[in-house]
Design a protein around this ligand. Structure first.
Ligand SMILES: Nc1ncnc2c1ncn2[C@@H]1O[C@H](COP(=O)(O)OP(=O)(O)OP(=O)(O)O)[C@@H](O)[C@H]1O
Ligand SMILES: [Mg+2]
Length: 513
């Protein structure tokens, strides 16, 4: 019998209790706004319930009761209609009749679980049978309800599920909220390792003039360099960046120290270098391992004397600049191999900040995920508010060779693919790609459509691209380096790393062969 409206209890979850936008806390050091996670409003969206039954009165009863409990309800009279609706809008919960003319409820349960892994399923039947109940539970059904309904039981089951969905969303929102409090100048991290990094940067920032930041790609070296600048007395002054792997060898000196008119062919005007541009502030030397040996000597002099000399000038200029250098190589090995000056290494290495890889601080993953998802949800206008448990496990267990950048890319891609309120392993599978890795591309390269191998690891893309360019320039390394916009040295290193030295032997070797 259908319950009378007045006999219904008030909804177990009152929509008016929905939390307001989470308050935004600025970083106490730099005043920066955190990655916005305020979009993670857990109760703003009603979970979606799909009811599938060929008997219209059943649809009606469930719809009335479930909407009181706080679900948005879509009713379907057949399996085909249900799957169409599910593809158009993934549900959080489905109630499926066991016997329908066009489909067996157990088959539909399988299809739903495959299509929307995060969707809970309740089987309903007028013919309670132990076998089908056991089979349903084995296939992942949440409950097995007999008709006519025991309304108290139905209400209880729906309320439990609603609360569980609510809790899942709140965990994500809460993690985002905690993440905000654990933020330091745009860097998130609750792990002891990251808290140590924040504390070290805070202590260094007021005093240090030279800092070396080490860490794998995507661990946040540039963010850490900026944090050092923001947290110290130089904030408000210039923060100037040079990526040493992207500068042609012959231009380094003039880039860093400037030149006077006529110093070399093409020097039609005098130009200040980056040291002068960063006067009073911070110069960030990214990928310092790529700096040619000759320039390393000049950099050492600048660091020791606090003076720079423009190319072609005899006049030294005093500069007051803090230098932050970053590397993802082990500079000690580079020094041992004669590729990096030992004296410069020791000058830079007065204080070393080491950013741990993400796989060694997995406790940061939920916080970073919550913040990134919140930002995507807001930007994409999607009501995303959590992850399915399986998706959480998948994120937790991944290798993350591209570290936070890779995590960001995976979540961003998964959010693009997501239709429902929760990210499930289905969207993550699309975002990870077949090898379980996504290219740790730069944020500006995120568009799936624009990335040629959207799911290939970065190393593979880099190797392919280098090979393509070498083919175009017929193996001429000088020309290839120019096309790639990196120094010849940087190209040599990459060729070595990718095992391509034989594919493109140096010019001299080519001549003799
Ligand atoms: N702790 C963190 N909190 C929030 N975002 C982070 C954190 N660490 C890194 N990121 C994000 O990950 C991306 C990569 O960070 P960043 O560019 O600083 O890494 P990197 O170590 O300099 O990498 P590479 O060696 O490839 O240059 C950026 O989008 C950055 O905002
Ligand atoms: Mg960097």
């Amino acid at each position: 019998m259908e319950p009378r409206a007045d006999a219904m209890q008030s909804p177990a979850i009152d929509e008016s209790e929905a939390t307001d936008e989470l308050s935004i806390v600025r970083c106490p050091y730099c005043g920066m706004l955190p990655l916005p996670i305020s979009a993670l409003k857990s109760t703003a969206v009603r979970p979606l319930l799909l009811v599938v039954d060929d008997e219209a009165p059943v649809l009606k009863v469930v719809e009335r009761l479930a909407s009181k409990v706080g679900f948005e309800v879509v009713g379907c009279g057949s399996g085909t209609e249900a799957m169409r609706s599910l593809h158009a809008r993934p549900a959080d919960l489905a109630m499926v009749d066991l016997r329908m003319p066009d489909v067996n409820g157990l088959d539909l349960l399988r299809q739903i679980r495959a299509a929307v892994p995060g969707c809970e399923v309740i089987l309903m039947t007028a013919f309670a049978a132990v076998d089908s109940a056991v089979e349903a539970i084995k296939l992942g059904a949440r409950e097995y309800l007999t008709k006519p309904f025991d309304f108290d039981r139905l209400r209880q089951v729906l309320t439990d599920i609603r609360l569980e969905l609510e809790r899942r969303a709140q965990v994500v929102a809460l993690e985002g909220e905690v993440a905000k409090q654990l933020e330091f100048c745009g860097m998130l991290g609750r792990s002891p390792a990251m808290q140590d990094v924040f504390s070290l940067i805070q202590r260094l920032a007021p005093h240090a003039k030279v800092v070396l930041i080490a860490g794998e790609t995507g661990t946040g070296k540039e963010l850490a360099a900026r944090a050092f600048h923001q947290a110290g007395p130089r904030r408000g002054k210039p923060f100037v960046t040079i990526n040493c792997s992207a500068v042609v060898d012959t231009l380094f000196e003039s880039e860093l120290f400037g030149h006077v008119r006529g110093a070399f062919t093409g020097a039609v005007e005098s130009k200040a270098g980056l040291f002068e541009a960063a006067q009073g502030g911070t110069l960030f030397l990214d990928e310092i391992g790529e700096l040619p040996l000759g320039v390393q000597a000049k950099l050492l002099r600048a660091l020791e004397n606090g003076e720079v000399q423009r190319v072609g000038s005899l006049q030294p200029k005093r500069v007051d600049v803090a230098v932050v250098a970053a590397t993802n190589r082990d500079l000690r090995t580079e020094v041992a191999a004669g590729r990096f000056r030992g004296d410069l290494f020791y000058r830079l290495n007065v204080v070393e900040v080491v950013l741990p890889p993400l796989r060694e601080r997995r406790e940061d993953i939920p916080y970073l995920t919550a913040a990134i998802m919140g930002e995507c949800a807001r930007r994409m206008g999607k009501p995303l508010h959590g992850l399915t448990p399986a998706a959480e496990r998948q994120l937790h267990g991944a290798q993350w060779e591209g570290n936070v950048r890779e995590l960001k890319n995976v979540i961003e891609r998964a959010c693009m693919l997501a239709d429902g309120n929760l990210l499930s392993e289905r969207e993550l599978a699309g975002a990870f790609g077949p090898a379980g890795h996504v290219s740790p591309a730069r944020p500006s390269d995120l568009s799936v459509a624009r990335v040629p191998h959207a799911t290939a690891p970065l190393e593979e893309i880099e190797r392919d691209h280098i090979l393509d360019v070498l083919r175009q320039v017929k193996g001429n390394r000088m020309a290839a380096a120019r096309v790639l916009g990196i120094s010849r040295r940087a190209l040599y290193r990459r060729l070595e790393r990718h095992g391509l030295t034989e594919v493109a032997p140096p010019a001299a070797a080519r001549r003799t062969s």
